[in-house]
Design a protein around this ligand. Sequence first.
Ligand SMILES: NC(=O)C1=CN([C@@H]2O[C@H](COP(=O)(O)OP(=O)(O)OC[C@H]3O[C@@H](n4cnc5c(N)ncnc54)[C@H](O)[C@@H]3O)[C@@H](O)[C@H]2O)C=CC1
Ligand SMILES: O=C(O)CCC(=O)C(=O)O
Length: 417
Amino acid sequence: MSKHATAALENAHQQLDKIASFLKLDPAIHAILREPQRCLEVSIPIKMDDGTIKIFKGYRSMHCNAIGPGKGGIRYHPDVTMDEIKALSIWMTFKCGVLNLPYGGGKGGIVVDPKQLSKAELERLTRAYIRAISPVIGEQEDVPAPDVNTNPTIMGWMVDEYIKLNGNQFGVLTGKPLILGGSEGRVAATGKGTAIIVKELLQKLGINIKNAQVVIQGYGNAGSFAARFLHELGAKIIAISNSSGGVYNPQGIDPIEAERALENNKGIQSIAGVKPISNEDLLELECDVLVPAALENQITKDNAHKIKAKVIAEAANGPVSTEADDILLERGIIVTPDILTNAGGVTVSYFEWVQNRYGLYWSEREVNERLEESMIRAFDNVWNMYQNHNKAATLRMAAYMVSIDRLARAIKARGWV
Ligand SMILES: NC(=O)C1=CN([C@@H]2O[C@H](COP(=O)(O)OP(=O)(O)OC[C@H]3O[C@@H](n4cnc5c(N)ncnc54)[C@H](O)[C@@H]3O)[C@@H](O)[C@H]2O)C=CC1
Ligand SMILES: O=C(O)CCC(=O)C(=O)O
């Protein structure tokens, strides 16, 4: 099993414990927030194309519904574990709190490498997973969405399967295809939100975004759109990577060319003028902004002292360990945390859910305007909290403070403590 999945829950707990101790949080609220309220593990038998039966493990964790239904993506990856899904659901609760969304956290996953399945096998597995978790999801219960290796096509199969069992409830899932009630702007939202946060932060730090050098680890949904929007803002993307390795060009990589190379199955290595670079070396490149946009636990005590970026913008969930956070703080490297930086995705998911429930749909321009307004408001709240605790806190701690204030008030108002 890979190091990213095993360390995630430890990291989520360490972050929460640290902020609870800093805030002298009521121990009962701390204890409630440490554990998901509900975890489901399912075994899914699937008939493969060759007639054999294979069993897949699946999970769904709903962390906290004090403020509203659970909300969060579904991940397909061979390293998925229950603990990793728990951690990701904990982070979702705090992310929704930072953005002031009427949700708690949820997350799901299947232990599978989807690249090893045919399209028909993938569809059968997806539908069977939804049948298995159907009792615990719902428009007002827990609302899944895409995450690593899942996309609108998969959300389309999922919503169809759920509706067959439970009747029309298109808002049970977000990140759907537009024709099934998906929202304009959702596919690009995580990367767009990341670019907005980077722009706001660089402005506060007095770093000009024009020609700022950006390195991106992970060139999937979050990473590629972050690259595209940062490039549009004038930044220079000097290195990108995916699970097949990285490429580097100090003159700049055009994100559109990179997307074209991936669409044509040529790989990022085919982009003109680039040199190969390992994922490890890529993280240690000198740059203004490093955007980890792949998996958890990429920057740890083993490499934190070698990072040369001025800013780390966490497009991925949990890419920096707690020990690394401390080293980076000491070295003056600013980390803008996942629960703020990558919240554009869940924000537009919320817009999708609202549009489904109203049956009234917004243009891409309206969605993007609302997204920008929400991200900037969240950034300002976190930044002000950070400024108020300048000597004692990081941006991550400030983001937790914004979120915990809201959660604690809801938990008390509901009479749980
Ligand atoms: N899709 C979304 O809306 C959101 C995603 N995120 C987070 O962003 C991160 C990426 O998710 P997506 O872009 O959706 O997934 P994706 O499946 O679209 O892309 C993941 C990318 O990471 C690459 N990758 C995997 N292992 C790698 C490694 N060791 N080194 C370098 N690259 C590697 C893959 O090849 C792929 O390019 C995850 O942490 C996810 O939880 C966070 C918020 C929302
Ligand atoms: O769009 C959503 O509901 C959640 C996206 C997600 O899984 C995340 O923010 O990590």
